[in-house]
Design a protein around this ligand. Structure first.
Ligand code: GAR
Length: 216
């Protein structure tokens, strides 16, 4: 979009986008975003990382990068509302503007959802609305793609609401499904695209090309 009218709508930001991360697993998507921040491809900074698994790679990566991080889960907070409150407080305390679900396998609580309404993004390893919803995460998405005989798959970045994998789609990247693919080979091909798509989408938010306020 290069014409004067669309350019007029861009709202360049003075300050880096303040990101918070929720992650359950290895944290490679979070790492791709951190790398984009350090190389200047993304005008953003990581303020806090919350992991629901104390031994997750995501928390390890956060510690290595010197980012404040917390293990918050049903182990630390057996009461669901208490856990929701602790997650929300961590994000608010660290001044987070946009929450990135970077391989986060839990549904968010009502307080976090309402406090950050329209400002929570998820990356899904498939082409939503196909193969989304409760039970479709990680490897299960790739198994479903193969079982259905789809000829392509991909990654989706979308805004999160109270329903799994339901909110407005911001960006998608496609990959072919190849003969002989297993869930692992397909996952690896999709993951390459995830690592490109999530930072690129965040940069569009940082520059104002995507305006989250208008999607709420
Ligand atoms: C990614 O493939 C992500 O799309 C998926 O989990 C993986 C996490 O990898 N997320 C979901 O399935 C969410 N429903 P990572 O921890 O290495 O970023």
């Amino acid at each position: 979009m290069t014409d004067a009218t669309s350019h007029h709508n861009l709202r360049p930001r003075q300050e880096p986008l303040r990101l918070g991360f929720l992650a359950s697993g290895g944290g490679s998507n979070m790492q791709a975003i951190l790398d984009a921040c350090s190389t200047g491809r993304l005008s953003a900074e990581a303020r806090v990382v919350v992991g629901n698994n104390s031994r997750s790679g995501a928390l390890e990566r956060a510690r290595n990068a010197g980012i404040p991080c917390y293990h918050l889960s049903s182990q630390t907070h057996p009461d669901a509302a208490g856990l929701d409150g602790a997650i929300c407080d961590a994000l608010v305390t660290h001044g987070v503007e946009v929450v990135c679900l970077a391989g986060y396998m839990k549904l968010l609580g009502r307080r976090t959802l309402s406090t950050f309404r329209g400002h929570i993004l998820n990356i899904h390893p498939g082409l939503l609305p196909r193969h989304g919803g409760q039970g479709f995460y990680g490897r299960r998405v790739h198994e479903a793609v193969l079982a259905t005989g789809d000829i392509e798959s991909g990654a989706t970045v979308h805004v999160v609401d109270a329903v799994y994998d339901n909110g407005p789609v911001l960006a998608q990247a496609r990959v072919p499904v190849k003969p002989g693919d297993t869930a692992e080979t397909l996952a690896a091909r999709v993951l390459v695209q995830e690592h490109r798509l999530f930072p690129e989408t965040l940069q569009k938010i940082a520059t104002g090309e995507i305006d989250l306020e208008r999607l709420v």
